[in-house]
Design a protein around this ligand. Sequence first.
Ligand code: SME
Length: 156
Amino acid sequence: MTQTEKISKYSELLPQIEALVSGVKYGISSLANVAAAVHRTINFFWTGFYVVDGENLLLGPFQGDPACITIPKGRGVCGTAWLKGETVVVEDVEKFPGHIACSSLSKSEIVVPVFSKSGRITAVLDIDSDSLATFDETDKLYLEKIAACLKEYERY
Ligand code: SME
């Protein structure tokens, strides 16, 4: 996919996501719809959420193959993004120390923290690709905008 195609897909996706989550009280429903919309639009290998539960992340709504259920804070790409409070882009998962392999087909990954209005991290958006170096600054920019659509929820 070219940069132009990528930007065009994300630009169409963003207002759809804003509409999907607008006025939805049950946060898990929004996570499910956002995962489905992102996955369908960009055709990633795995798209989903892990939600914060104490000192762990727990598997939330996702699209793709079954995945590991619990990720401690600071572990794997997801736990690292949560601990650091920032997006982590991994070009080659085999080179990321402590990467948690839910599928041998996953080659690159991006994990974006989801912040609530009060600034608490409530979840992370995790996307896996079956190609190396799929994610760049454009993905980071738009996926952070998508995560910001979920700021109304303080917990899941
Ligand atoms: N690879 C992730 C684990 C979750 S799966 O990719 C769905 C990690 O290292 O945190």
